[in-house]
Design a protein around this ligand. Structure first.
Ligand SMILES: Nc1ncnc2c1ncn2[C@@H]1O[C@H](COP(=O)(O)OP(=O)(O)OP(=O)(O)O)[C@@H](O)[C@H]1O
Ligand SMILES: [Mg+2]
Length: 366
């Protein structure tokens, strides 16, 4: 059966590739593999794979180390070349929308429509837009509209993401989005967050993926440029050090005379700038919906920064906690070192969401 076919979740980040493989049994998921392999700087820039051969080798290596024979891979894209937008269109069938989506989408897409891959998901039926009500007048039949989640990604980005996978003799069967993968992973582990506004924030090296969920459905989502690399940049500037030294300093290694407090202050200040960008997004959301945000859930490598949940709770003025992507997944501690799995858990969040996908899925646009 397609639905149970083994699949590998491959989260290709600019800092590292994370591999997750799950077994789907009667009682839920069990972790089969978790692997991580570093990616050198400048290999993936602004979400685009600039040096595919390095990524291909890394993928081959990680499959070899993990001894995986499965060929089917689910991967994801993110960044500013991806647009995810909730739009409101006249009510129509899925087939009709598939026909007209290009025309509907044109006004929302900042790139040439011929250069994008489009996908959509009908969310729910709504009333007519105010302007349309007036046009129709009281006498006309009441028009129905519907909310649709529109996804547009530059073809270049999708093809670029698939190339190193194909070159590694694997099959990219689904290309998801980082923000949807983190949502799937969260909801499987914690349940659909009904009756609240929950924000998933994944702080990686190049990007911070933000997904604002209202009653468990994406209302507003964006990939903000910036993450751990921004912090490195500040550390490099402040202490006059190179990237690798900054990278270690951020993890509390190799202080070399630098005071821990000074390092912490630079990290806090860089996180302040990133929080400022995220807060701008929160304010736009609050302004347009009139809703408040109840909780923030953090993932990504930067969620490992010491004390980050406290720093961000203050910056956002919203309770912020770190995700446990294995909350509802069986992890055999005879196979996996519990301390390692726990330490790496925030980095695994997107990979776990990807590994949950099965070929028959069409739950989210892909
Ligand atoms: N223990 C740690 N302490 C502080 N920072 C850490 C730690 N571990 C990882 N990071 C930082 O997390 C970032 C990597 O996170 P992640 O693996 O989520 O990014 P990525 O998916 O490779 O990148 P992106 O998706 O942004 O291209 C790096 O900036 C790295 O320095
Ligand atoms: Mg990432």
């Amino acid at each position: 059966m397609f639905g149970t076919k083994d699949i590998v979740g491959l989260d290709i980040g600019s800092h590292s590739i994370k591999l997750v493989r799950l077994k789907k049994g009667k009682k839920g998921f069990e972790l089969l593999n978790f692997g991580i392999i570093p990616i050198p700087p400048e290999t993936i820039v602004d979400g685009l794979i600039e040096k595919p051969e390095i990524v291909t080798n890394a993928i081959k290596n990680i499959f070899k180390t993990e001894r995986i024979k499965t060929k089917e891979v689910v991967t994801a894209i993110s960044g500013e070349s991806v647009v995810i937008k909730k739009i409101n269109v006249p009510k129509m069938t899925e087939d009709e929308l598939a026909e007209s989506i290009r025309v509907e989408a044109e006004q929302y897409i900042p790139f040439d429509i011929e250069e994008v891959n489009l996908d959509f998901q009908i969310i729910k039926e709504t009333g007519a837009k105010e302007a349309e009500k007036e046009e129709t007048g009281e006498e006309g039949a009441p028009k129905a509209n519907m909310d649709v989640l529109l996804v547009a990604a530059r073809k270049e980005l999708v093809e670029g993401r698939n190339k190193p996978i194909i070159d590694a003799d694997l099959k990219p069967v689904i290309v998801d989005l980082d923000v949807f993968a983190m949502e799937n992973g969260y909801e499987f582990n914690y349940g659909v967050p009904v009756g609240e506004v929950l924000v998933l924030v994944n702080i990686g090296a190049s990007f911070t993926n933000v997904n604002i969920l209202v009653d468990g459905a994406t209302e507003y989502t964006k990939d903000i440029t910036g993450g751990g690399n921004r912090i490195n940049h500040e550390l490099q500037k402040n202490f006059n050090i190179d990237y690798d030294t900054a990278e270690k300093l951020k993890m509390g290694i190799g202080l070399n005379g630098t005071s821990e407090k000074d390092v912490a202050n630079v990290i806090i200040s860089a996180l302040g700038e990133l929080s400022h960008d995220i807060n701008k997004m929160f304010h736009d959301f609050i302004k347009s919906t009139g809703k408040n945000i109840n909780r923030v859930i953090l993932s990504g490598g930067c969620a490992r920064i010491h004390g980050i949940e406290k720093i961000l709770t203050e910056n956002f003025d919203i309770p912020t906690e770190i995700i446990n992507p294995y909350k509802n997944i069986k992890v055999n501690h005879k196979v996996f070192d519990p301390q390692y799995i726990q330490e790496m858990a925030p980095l695994a969040a997107i990979g776990v969401g990807l590994a949950m996908r099965r070929l028959k899925d069409k739950a989210k646009p892909s």
